[in-house]
Design a protein around this ligand. Structure first.
Ligand SMILES: Cc1ncc(COP(=O)(O)O)c(C=O)c1O
Length: 422
């Protein structure tokens, strides 16, 4: 490793907690020193030490077109020249909202915010305002950002009122969140038997992709839809990762289960801070200035950020990116692999555990963590940048080519052969 990374990290730790702006970047989960990136283009990251890595992290999902896509860069540059922020209404935010709704035709209103966390916070506030109920139900193994009510883990029972999963989350806040395991319809039924009339919303990642890739059975989301309807509870799909990832629209269109509210982030901002809550007019109209649920943001609908989102969605609307991603996925499936990879479209996760792929977070063998740390270090040495955590998924982009996948897989296979021989 070039010593520049350790030197920069030491300097960073003198001024920032843990040296980072977001914890997983500190590499604690894989060990070693985080690599400092100077620039990126297409599928390539360029390190401060002159390195060059094929990037499968892609800023944790937004860069579906690859880095510095010319149309996005041009749109952002044009927007920058016209002024960075106005704090007024703009034509651009209408244009982004219209493009989002074109992908979510069963919804009719969009509120633009600046992060996935904010989108989730706002969706839950809408649900509480609309139902007059306080509790929300989430699943252990799904991540919904760092809003207090979502940084909650279950207690020991099958259905439990949450306890804070972070210092600084007040017990009163956590206890309004009910936490149940994924892939467990009985637990969902039990939660509704105990608290049904008090639950404002079920929130779920329709494709859980924050604790590895926890692919669920067919019928899981339909069950959540049925139960929520029966109890007057709203169903929220957190599509911060999956929105516009598999086709021009949401996972709801693919699984044919329509939620009441959808949260978006990542791709809709094209690499800049844009996120959104999307839903029916009567629900979104709970928000001020129409309704009594307050939400606001100095940077909400920022014109430069919105320009990146519009340009990204315009490229995606042409469709060829999605056919390229399907082609890459098919190529990936054809590669000879000793290692098990889980894949949903252009989302990838190497499964290093024994036995069947997990469907719940508790099904993940803790031994995957040290093993992944060794694999990750090997990838870095051999020109591959995968997200630095055993529990994070990788992404494919329009800029990837089959040769990039060959390198990802062949380095992993070579590593596995050495591990097996140990
Ligand atoms: C499904 C999901 N929801 C919410 C969030 C939070 O988004 P942000 O990091 O923009 O606050 C994330 C972030 O990765 C996410 O994956």
């Amino acid at each position: 490793m070039n010593p520049i990374h350790a030197a920069l990290f030491e300097r960073a730790q003198g001024v920032m907690p843990g040296g980072v702006s977001s914890p997983v970047r500190a590499f604690r989960s894989v060990g070693g020193t985080p690599r400092y990136v100077r620039s990126a283009a297409g599928a390539d990251l360029h390190g401060e030490g002159g390195e060059h890595w094929i990037d499968f992290c892609l800023a944790w999902g937004p860069m579906i077109l690859g880095h510095a896509h010319p149309e996005v860069v041009e749109a952002v540059t044009r927007a920058v020249r016209d002024g960075l922020a106005f704090g007024t209404v703009t034509r651009a935010e209408i244009e982004l909202a219209e493009r989002i709704l074109a992908g979510y035709p069963h919804h009719s209103r969009v509120r633009l915010v600046s992060s996935g966390t904010e989108a989730v916070m706002t969706a839950l506030r809408i649900a509480r305002a609309a139902t007059g109920r306080a509790r929300v139900l989430k699943f252990s193994g799904c991540y919904h950002g760092h809003y207090d009510a979502m940084l909650v883990k279950g207690g020991s029972g099958l259905v439990s009122l949450g306890i804070g999963d972070s210092a600084g989350v007040a017990p009163g806040t956590a206890s309004d969140t009910i936490v149940v395991p994924l892939d467990d319809e009985e637990a969902v039924n039990a939660a509704f038997a105990a608290y049904g009339g008090e639950i404002a919303a079920i929130i779920v990642e329709p494709v859980p992709a924050n604790n590895g890739l926890l692919l669920q059975r067919d019928g899981w989301l339909r069950h959540l839809r049925r139960v929520s309807e029966r109890h007057g509870t709203l169903l929220i799909f957190d599509e911060v990762i999956t929105g516009f990832r598999f086709h021009y629209g949401g996972y709801d269109g693919q699984c044919a289960v329509m939620p009441d509210l959808t949260t978006l982030g990542k791709i809709v901002g094209g690499g800049l801070p844009v996120a959104a809550v999307v839903g029916r007019a009567e629900l979104l109209d709970e928000l001020a200035p129409v309704g009594a649920a307050y939400q606001a943001g100095t940077m909400g609908g920022n014109p430069v950020a919105v320009a990146a989102g519009i340009a990204t969605l315009d490229v995606l609307a042409r469709g060829d990116v999605y056919s390229h991603l399907e082609f890459l996925g098919a190529h990936f499936d054809r590669l000879p692999k000793k290692l098990t990879w889980l894949r949903q479209g252009s989302i990838l996760w190497p499964w290093l555990g024994r036995g069947a792929p997990p469907t719940t977070d508790s099904g993940i063998d803790p031994l995957v963590k040290p093993a992944f740390g060794r694999l990750h270090a090997t990838w870095l040495e051999r020109g591959v940048y995968f997200p630095p955590s055993a529990y994070e998924v990788g992404f494919l982009s329009a800029a990837h080519r089959p040769a990039h996948l060959d390198q990802l897989v062949s380095v992993a296979e070579a590593w596995l052969s050495v591990e097996d021989a140990k």
